[in-house]
Design a protein. Sequence first.
Length: 196
Amino acid sequence: MTSIFDNAGNAIACTVIELGPCTVTQVKTTETDGYAAIQLGYGAAKEKNTTQALMGHFAKANATPLRELVEFRDASIGKSLGDTVSVADIFKEGDKVHAIGTSKGKGFQGVVKRHGFGGVGESTHGQHNRLRAPGSIGASSFPSKVFKGMRMAGRMGGDRVKIKGLKVEKIFAEQNLILIKGAIPGCKGSFIVIEK
């Protein structure tokens, strides 16, 4: 992340994202595919790591192998198969966008970190070694089970996250960089989908 200053001198925390150049790898229409969509590819890939089916798919668009393919339904950007899409073709400063990515994995976590349980705070009920434990999880002889969905310890993070209503603060069209106000899901270097 970085920060920029607005006209009033306020510091605004922003995330810098490289968006493109992307290549149009497929254009779907309602006549041929049943729905309208456009498929964009990003990131160079090695031929040895690309399947023959994808190599043929990229050959139709006269494109080199790409790492990521994303489809956008009902998107009209005025581009045809094989064209290059830059950040300035779609976004402008002040737009509201949605960011979709995979959140950072945090491993196996307890209930205090995973669900926000309070713990016992080292003071009540004479506890001395169970400060962050979940406590009771079920009822008595009826229903004699733990209900589904009970909040317990487990794997945390690594989920698909969509953050809505983020603002585009600045665009650097020459470098295909976009500055978005706030945080974006995922770690550094991960692939993010930005949509209007």
